[in-house]
Design a protein around this ligand. Structure first.
Ligand SMILES: C[S@@+](CC[C@H](N)C(=O)[O-])C[C@H]1O[C@@H](n2cnc3c(N)ncnc32)[C@H](O)[C@@H]1O
Length: 418
C-alpha cells in the first residue's frame, strides 16, 4: 500500500478534490502525520486512521485550506446589511433570523456576519448564527477569537475599533460578539449532517464547492436544499455562483454580492418579482474585468423568463450579461459578438461569450470563448472555472481538476498579495 491510498481514503471522506489541494501537499501531510504517529507502513497508518478519531482529525487539519479573513469580498456583507434592514424584521416581527456559515474556517466569516447584523440594528435576541467546519483546529481558533493583523485585510466598516481590543498577541474580539456564534466541528458532505436542524434563512457557503469532487458536490447541493428555507438567501464564493444556479438558485442582482435565492416549491412570476424587489440595492463599484461575476445558468436549468429590455445599448457587457441572465440568449450572443467587433479583444468579453454558449449547451463554442479569454488573460479565474465545468460535463474529470487547481493557485496568490 502507498500513501496515495491513504490520501484517496481521506479525500473520499472530506469530498475534497485532490487536485485542488495539490497532490504534493497531500503527500507531504500524510508523510508528516505518519512520522508524527511513529508509523512507517502506510497500511498501519490507515488502520490507525480508521480506529482513531483524533488521528483522523489531525490529518484533516493538516490537509484543509483554512484561508479566510474578516469581511471577505466586502460586498456580501454590504448586501446582507441592506437585506436585513429592508426585508427583516419588518416582514418577520416575531421570527429569529437563522444564519449558517458553512464552512466557517477560523471564525472570521461568522463573526463578520454577527457584526453586520448588529450594525444593521438587530438585537442579539433577533438572530442565531451556527458556524460549521470540518477542521477542529480551525473551530478552536474561532472559539478563541483572537486574531492577527492578517485577518483584517478585508473591508472594515469601522468594526475593528468597535468590537476588538488590542492584546499582546493580536486583537481580541468582544465577548458580546463571540457569544453570538455557535461553532461546531462537522463534515458538510456527510449525508446526515444537519438533517435534524431547523432550516436557515441565510446560508453563507463560500469557497467550498469549487474544491469538492463532482460526487461530493452533488451530495452537498442536495443537502443544502434541506438546510435553507424556500426563498432563503445563499451567499456563495466569487467563482461559485454557477454551481448553485445549476441547483436552481436564482442570482440576486447586487453586483459582487454573489448572492442567490433558493427557488420556492412553486417558483413563478410573482416570486420572481419579489426577488427582484429584494434585490434592488445601491450600485456597487465595478469589479476588475475578469473577476466580474459571470452568472449564467446552463440550459439544463431554465432561467425564469422575464421580458428582456430590448432597448439596452449593445455596447455594455453588464447589460449583455443581464440579458443573458434573463434567458434572452440569442440576443445576448449577438450583442456580445457585436461588442467584440466594436472593441479591442478583452478576456471579460470572451469569457462572457463562452458563458452564453455554455448556457445554450454549445460546449465547443464555450470552450473556444474561455480559451480566447485565457489567451488574453491567463489569470482569468472565471474562465478557468467555467472551462473546468465544460470538461466536467464532457466527462473529462482529470482535465477539469487540473484547470480548477490552476484557478485555485491564482486565487491563493491573489489572496496572499491582498
Ligand atoms: C477557504 S476556507 C473558507 C472559509 C470561509 N467560508 C471563507 O470563504 O472565507 C475552506 C474551509 O472549508 C473547510 N472544509 C473543507 N471540507 C469540508 C467539509 N467536508 N466539511 C466542512 N468543512 C470543510 C476547511 O476546513 C476550510 O476551513
Amino acid at each position: 500500500m502507498t500513501s496515495a491510498v491513504i490520501a484517496q481514503w481521506i479525500l473520499e471522506r472530506t469530498g475534497l478534490n485532490p487536485e485542488s489541494l495539490g497532490p504534493r501537499n497531500i503527500e507531504r501531510a500524510v508523510a508528516a502525520a505518519m512520522e508524527q504517529a511513529g508509523l512507517a507502513d502506510p497500511a498501519d497508518y490507515l488502520e490507525r486512521l480508521q480506529s482513531s478519531a483524533s488521528e483522523l482529525q489531525a490529518l484533516i487539519d493538516a490537509l484543509v485550506v483554512a484561508e479566510t479573513w474578516f469581511f471577505r469580498d466586502r460586498e456580501p456583507f454590504v448586501f446582507l446589511k441592506h437585506h436585513v434592514q429592508s426585508a427583516w424584521p419588518a416582514s418577520h416581527p416575531n421570527r429569529r433570523l437563522r444564519v449558517l456559515s458553512a464552512p466557517c474556517s477560523t471564525g472570521e466569516e461568522p463573526y463578520s456576519i454577527a457584526m453586520t447584523l448588529l450594525e444593521a440594528g438587530l438585537t442579539p435576541e433577533q438572530f442565531h448564527i451556527d458556524a460549521v467546519d470540518i477542521s477542529r483546529r480551525a473551530i478552536e481558533t474561532g472559539r478563541r477569537a483572537i486574531y492577527h493583523e492578517r485577518a483584517f485585510r478585508g473591508h472594515d466598516p469601522g468594526c475593528i475599533d468597535r468590537y476588538f481590543h488590542r492584546i499582546p498577541d493580536g486583537y481580541a474580539l468582544d465577548e458580546r460578539v463571540v457569544r453570538l456564534v455557535n461553532f461546531q466541528t462537522d463534515n458538510l458532505v456527510h449525508p446526515v449532517f444537519l438533517a435534524a436542524q431547523d432550516p436557515y434563512h441565510i446560508v453563507f457557503c463560500r469557497n467550498l464547492v469549487i474544491y469538492l469532487t463532482e460526487p461530493a458536490r452533488v451530495l452537498f447541493l442536495e443537502a443544502l436544499n434541506r438546510w435553507i428555507v424556500p426563498h432563503g438567501l445563499l451567499i456563495t464564493g466569487h467563482s461559485e455562483l454557477t454551481f448553485f444556479q445549476q441547483a436552481k438558485y436564482t442570482p440576486v442582482h447586487h453586483a459582487r454580492s454573489f448572492a442567490c435565492t433558493r427557488s420556492g416549491p412553486a417558483e413563478n412570476k410573482s416570486t420572481r418579482h419579489r426577488i427582484a424587489k429584494v434585490a434592488t440595492y445601491p450600485a456597487a463599484p465595478r469589479p476588475p474585468a475578469c473577476l466580474a461575476p459571470l452568472s449564467l445558468a446552463t440550459s439544463a436549468v431554465p432561467v425564469p423568463k422575464v421580458e428582456p429590455d430590448r432597448n439596452t445599448p449593445p455596447n455594455d457587457l453588464n447589460a449583455i450579461r443581464d440579458l443573458a441572465n434573463q434567458g434572452a440568449l440569442i440576443q445576448a450572443r449577438a450583442r456580445c459578438e457585436q461588442f467584440l467587433k466594436d472593441h479591442p479583444p478583452s478576456a471579460e468579453a470572451y469569457c462572457l461569450l463562452g458563458l452564453i454558449h455554455q448556457a445554450s449547451d454549445r460546449l465547443d463554442d464555450a470552450e473556444a470563448g474561455y480559451l480566447k479569454a485565457l489567451y488574453l488573460d491567463p489569470r482569468c479565474v472565471e474562465a478557468l472555472v467555467h472551462l473546468s465545468l465544460c470538461y466536467e460535463r464532457r466527462g473529462n474529470a482529470a482535465r477539469a481538476a487540473l484547470i480548477r487547481a490552476r484557478a485555485r493557485r491564482i486565487e491563493m496568490a491573489v489572496t496572499q498579495s491582498a
